[in-house]
Design a protein around this ligand. Structure first.
Ligand SMILES: Cc1cc2nc3c(=O)[nH]c(=O)nc-3n(C[C@H](O)[C@H](O)[C@H](O)COP(=O)(O)OP(=O)(O)OC[C@H]3O[C@@H](n4cnc5c(N)ncnc54)[C@H](O)[C@@H]3O)c2cc1C
Length: 450
């Protein structure tokens, strides 16, 4: 468990881009969220003795030194802080209208729910990595993130039994990267990495473009908050800027592969609420959190949050990977740095719509089983789950994937991706544990082949 109690301090010094531009790095990691943090931690651990030069650049500012829930005084108004670092880019993306861009040191993991199930075994059937190998990396990720089974109260046991007897055999408590009152964020990775060896970290430093040099070095064009441009150089680059930004950088750098930006997936996302007529399960002091996992036959996952008089549900349905669900650049619409903004084509397939229908039936059945009256049930806009994935997916066929099974971008052996973009398929589970497991594996590959 690497969450520590130095909540209010952040001891890692920030470097200026000017200083970073004077060095040649072994590796530069772009983005300090879930994927970037995991690669950084793994490389720092593996290179403990070798002392390589590692840099990290982060477009966002320093906002919090840990997950927002770790500050009791902020818990009630975390959305205010969230809105300061997020831009609702979905407002101009009619087919992906729930999308938000979040720029901050720590990325989305400052705000995430830390729900961390593994993917269902059947989802690995078309993956380029075996379930056995993924289990090895899941074990590492769960250990370092402190994902521990939670204790079960008598009321939780009663609810689980009711669900299990009524068709939800796999019901269990929600696995969370949160224990002892501390919620995990990727800043824990940064701290742990720093304890192992120093690295250079620049915030408010936005990667705009990459260029492959003949010397095999990679040149990064990076802008600071005053829009001053710097050139950084590294032997290896790991892109971990998130599933909407990583392919944007690749495309804007003139790097094109058939699958770059394609196979965009997300989850169909239903929020629901039910009410009990009284204190149905007695006085519940601490919210009871139950997961009804995806199975072979039910391609959706239901999260239940049960309190004294009500039950809230967060439900994710599996969305198929389709070539035509894609992100491209809009040459007529550029940002403040002159980089084209993204356009998104996304629609649910007939199969995805059937999953949504099944999920709705399951929501009703859960409420009935637990004796709750439905208050509302809403299908959220695509992208609102903050789970977009697949836009640089790994695979063995360059015509259907952007990166090989180690996250190396096809055609560019020094260039890796290690964020949600590399997931080959979305399953019906929250993606981040799987992304972190894959990012650790990317770190291992860089270490072994450097
Ligand atoms: C409110 C909320 C709740 C969530 N709950 C859960 C949950 O319970 N379970 C779960 O599995 N997932 C959850 N998620 C999703 C989870 O946070 C993401 O899956 C995960 O953080 C994605 O990791 P990533 O590395 O792809 O991107 P991020 O963690 O977003 O990291 C990307 C980083 O890149 C930086 N960046 C972007 N562009 C550039 C650039 N051009 N140059 C330099 N840096 C750049 C960003 O600032 C950011 O730090 C939730 C998300 C939110 C917002």
């Amino acid at each position: 468990m690497i969450v520590d109690r130095r909540q209010n301090t952040f001891d890692i010094p920030f470097k200026s881009l000017e200083l970073m531009s004077e060095k040649k790095y072994d590796v530069i990691i772009v983005g300090s969220g879930a994927g970037g943090g995991a690669v950084l931690w793994r490389l720092s651990e593996k290179w403990l003795k070798a002392r390589k030069k590692i840099g990290m650049i982060e477009a966002g500012d320093f906002v919090l030194p840990a997950h927002v829930y770790n500050f009791p005084q902020l818990k009630g108004n975390w959305k205010n802080i969230f809105s300061k670092v997020s831009s609702p880019i979905g407002k101009r993306l009619p087919r992906f209208s729930g999308a938000e861009q979040i720029l901050a040191l720590g990325g989305r993991t400052l705000f995430w729910g830390a729900v961390t199930p593994r993917m269902h075994a059947s989802d690995f059937s078309d993956w380029p990595i075996s379930k056995k190998e993924m289990d090895h990396y899941y074990d590492i990720a769960e250990r370092i993130m402190g994902i521990l089974p939670s204790g079960i109260s008598p009321q939780t046991r009663e609810i689980l039994q009711l669900l299990q007897l009524n068709g939800f055999e796999g019901a269990r408590t929600i696995p969370q990267a949160a224990s002892d009152g501390q919620t995990f964020s990727s800043i824990c990775f940064l701290r742990k990495a720093w304890e192992q060896q120093p690295f250079d970290l620049a915030i408010k430093s936005r990667l705009l473009q990459l260029r492959m040099l003949e010397s095999k070095l990679i040149e990064l064009t990076v802008a600071d908050s005053n829009k001053k441009i710097y050139k950084l150089y590294a032997n290896k680059i790991v892109l971990a800027a998130g599933a909407l930004e990583t392919p944007r950088i690749l495309l804007h750098s003139g790097l094109h592969g058939k699958a770059f930006g394609h196979y965009l997936t997300t989850h169909s996302f239903i929020k629901a609420k039910g009410e009990f007529s009284g204190e149905r399960f007695g006085t519940i002091v601490k919210e009871i959190r139950i997961l009804i996992p995806q199975t072979d036959k039910t391609p959706y996952q239901l999260q239940l949050y049960i309190s004294k008089r009500s039950i809230s549900m967060v439900c994710f349905g599996k969305v198929e990977s389709h070539f035509d669900n894609k992100l491209t650049l809009d040459p007529n619409n550029k940002d403040e740095f002159g980089v084209p903004k993204i356009k998104i084509d996304f629609s649910y397939s007939d199969r995805d719509l059937e999953v949504i229908r099944q999920m709705r039936v399951a929501v009703k059945h859960v409420l009935k089983t637990l004796g709750a009256k439905s208050v509302y049930e809403k299908l959220m806009e695509p992208g609102k789950d903050y789970h977009e994935t697949g836009t640089c997916r790994i695979g063995i066929d360059p015509s259907q994937s952007a990166a090989n099974r180690y996250g190396q971008i096809y055609g560019n052996s020094g260039l890796y991706a290690a964020d949600n973009s590399i997931l080959p398929s979305a399953a019906a589970v929250n993606p981040t544990l799987t992304t972190i497991a894959l990012a650790i594996r990317v770190g291992d590959h860089i270490y072994k082949t450097y």
